[in-house]
Ligand binder design. Structure first.
Ligand SMILES: [Zn+2]
Ligand SMILES: [Zn+2]
Length: 305
């Protein structure tokens, strides 16, 4: 089924694209900054008719075994995934940012990595897990530094309270939640916009690999990559696709929940021009954000996995 506004034009322009809504290749659980358990996310995927699901927690693969078990129970395919926090690839373009109505671009780029054929017990899986470890381990000292900065700014937060909110991979959303709880801000967004967003007074940068370093590692371990939610980076679609091609990124998450139809279309076409695949994802973090997984129409012949 095609759910885009301009579907008539699309159908005439492209020879029989076969669309599917059975994939959701981007979701989070309490193993990183999602608000639901792996099981809960898996059940929602099934309920929303997703048949190929990837759990892509930030910088951790700790949810894979549970996801695999849940997927088996529900009769859906689980694709082991992870969202790797990387250095920015290209500086943002002011005109593109204003076209997208964005004030600033994200300082990190997120790379989705998928391992459709990975056996957890094999050497490649272990090698990848080992490479990921320092990225994961750096999250706790970084959080402690941010908490120290907040204390200096007159907003003390207890580390344990933040850690308790994180089922696994501790991150800024957990800190934002504690700040709301302590009454320093009214919403989590306000915490990001005033205090803990990139470059703001209580922000501490996280050590990150470059995109090409991450791509090389994923490839060595038999995985495929997709650049997550390009809307946040403020780079024109063609320039972005050209860059991704040049450093070996396999695809772009053109069909991300936050992209409007026009932007999805431009990214999709740029991917075709540069012979890249596309991926689709709800980037589901939780129902309290008003989000729902699945229902991501994507042209199946261009999918990266
Ligand atoms: Zn992301
Ligand atoms: Zn995400």
């Amino acid at each position: 089924m095609i759910c885009f506004n301009h579907n008539l034009i699309w159908v005439h322009c492209f020879a029989n694209p076969v669309w599917t809504q059975h994939y959701d290749l981007h979701s989070h659980s309490t193993n990183s900054d999602g608000e639901h358990s792996v099981d809960y996310v898996a059940n929602l995927m099934k309920k929303n008719e997703v048949k190929h699901w990837s759990l892509t927690d930030h910088d951790t693969i700790s949810g894979w075994p549970m996801a695999e078990t849940a997927a088996k129970r529900l009769g859906i395919t689980f694709i082991p995934g992870v969202e790797i926090t990387c250095e920015r690839g290209i500086e943002p373009d002011v005109e593109e940012l204003s076209r997208q109505n964005r004030e600033r671009a994200s300082k990190s780029w997120h790379l989705l990595a998928y391992f459709p054929n990975l056996d957890h017990e094999n050497d490649l899986a272990k090698r990848f897990a080992k490479w990921l470890e320092p990225l994961q381990n750096s999250r706790i000292p970084r959080m402690k530094k941010m908490i120290a900065k907040l204390a200096e700014l007159g907003m003390p937060v207890d580390f344990q309270t933040v850690a308790d909110k994180a089922g696994g991979s501790i991150g800024r959303p957990h800190l934002a939640e504690a700040m709301v709880q302590n009454g320093y801000v009214e919403t989590k967004s306000e915490a990001f916009e005033r205090w803990i967003g990139d470059g703001l007074p209580a922000h501490v940068a996280q050590p990150k690999p470059s995109i090409s370093e991450a791509v090389a590692m994923v490839k060595q371990c038999g995985g495929v990559t997709s650049l997550a939610h390009p809307l946040y980076y403020g780079v024109p679609s063609k320039e972005l696709a050209e860059y991704c091609k040049s450093i070996g990124v396999d695809s772009i998450e053109a069909f991300h929940r936050s992209h409007d139809d026009e932007y999805r279309f431009h990214l999709w076409q740029a991917c075709k021009e540069y012979k890249l695949g596309v991926s689709c994802g709800s980037d589901f973090h939780g129902q309290s954000y008003g989000q729902n997984p699945g229902n991501m129409p994507v042209p199946i012949q261009d999918l990266c996995v």
